[in-house]
Write a protein that binds this ligand. Structure first.
Ligand SMILES: Nc1ncnc2c1ncn2[C@@H]1O[C@H](COP(=O)(O)OP(=O)(O)O)[C@@H](O)[C@H]1O
Ligand SMILES: O=C(CO)[C@@H](O)[C@H](O)COP(=O)(O)O
Length: 463
């Protein structure tokens, strides 16, 4: 029996087809997403079709589930059409709305009600922005979904009447705990939506996706495949990796995320660690930065080198990059909450300012922000015995090596793969088999920690 998992992430859509019993990878495919922090959901739908085709289709799969970038605002009207392009998790225009919500409700109360202190990334702030900036669009909103909810709904044959078999049945929208927990109007403590907060943000109530449990199916595709509940991408990766006690996952994709699986919900009124739910009935404390793999992309492009050469340059410089420190806030920043920040290069001398120094400082700066995230987890009682390094930039040997000079626990690199899509495939297997699959994950490298104190010290000094 075959099952499929999908990761509709910020930069691309990835599909894996796996054997439900053994987890063996049978086929895979991918397609790119458009750039930008405001995207027409139809572009995700086209990319999904392209990725499915490049994975050989889904005609022979018994079940499918979708993991996706979290928080994106997919606002639908009564006809099931999107009211405007989706604002993504990395769109910072709703920073003022986040401040307004905190002023109205208080950071502590919001953390207690939803597990989150609003920042521009979370859906609730995007709805408030819509209410204030585009009131005519806000008034038309009949339902609010997230990227994975909307794609799962479309896969099941729902959508605008002229684009789908089953039409705009908004009550058929479904999500899961992990993605609901990133909205800012769902409580990981009660498992219920907080409709007062939704109405305070959007200006009125709206249909919200039914929240499914980890082993529940949302329904079937028109071809008859079961559709699993799906997940937010980070929770999908935790499931795909079988992350357990002591594991802290560091994912370096468009976002940099640090997360762990917890049996109890976590509340951080400072907002550094978000109290998300996971995709298996537990919780997923997480901190996220806006600047991760693209910091490496940007510096490689400025230096005019490919990733291999960037790695060679970075590993040719000493830890600490001769005092060069890149605070890599190219896209503003979320943790720390500095939505309007820009990147800054400190410590330039005629000796330190070299191509190799810049290459290394880029990777060090990006990783220091994530090491700060790990510290914040520990401060909340999270046990970290190893870091599992995943995401596109984890393919880079310099990122792995430099991580071992920054984190004080072993860096374990799982076999390169699509762990979000794999987590979704596990959910698909779960609904198809009736039991959670027990697939194994192999690792390709383990780097012992050899922290060089100056790297984090000089980064902290520039904060
Ligand atoms: N060898 C590499 N070294 C550094 N970065 C890489 C490498 N391979 C891919 N990337 C980067 O990883 C990113 C894509 O990672 P991915 O985890 O798929 O992101 P997302 O989930 O946000 O779409 C891109 O920015 C890409 O340039
Ligand atoms: O906002 C968050 C988590 O809170 C991001 O992790 C997004 O979920 C996007 O993930 P990538 O596409 O960068 O992997």
């Amino acid at each position: 029996m075959l099952v499929a998992g999908i990761d509709s992430s910020t930069q691309s859509c990835k599909v894996v087809v796996r054997d439900a019993e053994t987890g063996a990878l049978v086929r895979s495919g991918r397609a790119s997403h458009p750039d930008g922090t405001e995207v027409a959901p139809s572009a995700w739908w086209s990319a999904l079709g392209e990725a499915i085709a490049s994975a050989g289709g889904l005609d022979d799969v018994a079940a499918v589930a979708v993991g996706g970038q979290q928080h994106g605002m997919v606002a639908l009207d009564a006809e099931g059409r999107v009211v405007r392009d989706a604002l993504l998790w990395n769109d910072t225009r709703s920073a003022g709305a986040a401040r307004d919500l905190i002023a109205e409700f208080g950071a502590e109360q919001l953390a207690e009600r939803t597990g989150l202190v609003p920042v521009a990334s979370f859906t609730i702030t995007k709805l408030r922005w819509l209410r204030d900036a585009e009131p005519e669009n806000a008034a038309r909103v009949a339902a609010v979904a997230l990227p994975h909810d909307w794609l799962s709904w479309r896969l099941r044959g729902y959508g605008p009447a002229d684009e789908s078999e089953l039409g705009p049945v908004l009550e058929e929208l479904a999500t899961d705990r992990s993605d609901a927990s990133g909205t800012g109007y769902w409580s990981p403590f009660t498992g219920e939506y907080d409709r007062e907060l939704l109405a305070a943000a959007l200006g009125h109530d709206a249909i919200l996706p039914r929240v499914l449990g980890p082993d529940e199916s949302a329904g079937r595709t028109p071809a008859g495949a079961l559709v699993g509940s799906g997940a937010g991408d980070n929770a999908g990766a935790a499931l795909g990796l079988s992350a357990g006690p002591g594991d802290v996952v560091v994912s370096i994709g468009t976002s940099g995320t640090v997360f762990s699986v917890s049996d109890t919900p976590v509340t951080d009124p400072s907002g550094t660690v978000a109290g998300f739910a996971d995709a298996a009935g537990r919780f997923l404390p997480l901190s996220a930065t806006l600047n991760a793999a693209r910091v490496v992309d940007t510096v490689a492009s400025v230096l005019g080198v490919d990733f291999d050469e960037l790695a060679r340059l970075a590993l040719g410089a000493e830890p600490g990059s001769g005092g060069l420190v890149l605070q890599p806030y190219f896209d503003g920043e979320r943790t720390p909450d500095l939505p309007d920040a820009t990147a800054t290069l400190f410590g330039m001398t005629r000796v330190s300012f070299t191509r190799a120094g810049l290459a290394r400082a880029a990777i060090e700066g990006m990783l220091c922000g994530l090491a700060d995230g790990l510290d914040a987890h520990r401060a909340l009682g999270v046990d970290a015995t190893r870091v599992l390094l995943i995401g596109g930039a984890a393919l880079n040997p310099a990122v792995r090596e430099i991580a071992s000079t920054i984190f004080d626990v072993p860096i374990v690199v799982p076999e390169p793969g699509e762990y979000v899509a794999d987590g979704a495939a596990r959910q698909a297997a779960w609904v198809a088999l009736g039991t959670a699959p027990d697939w194994t994950v192999s690792t390709v490298a383990e780097l012992a920690p050899r922290p060089v104190a100056v790297v984090r010290e000089q980064y902290a000094a520039r904060r």
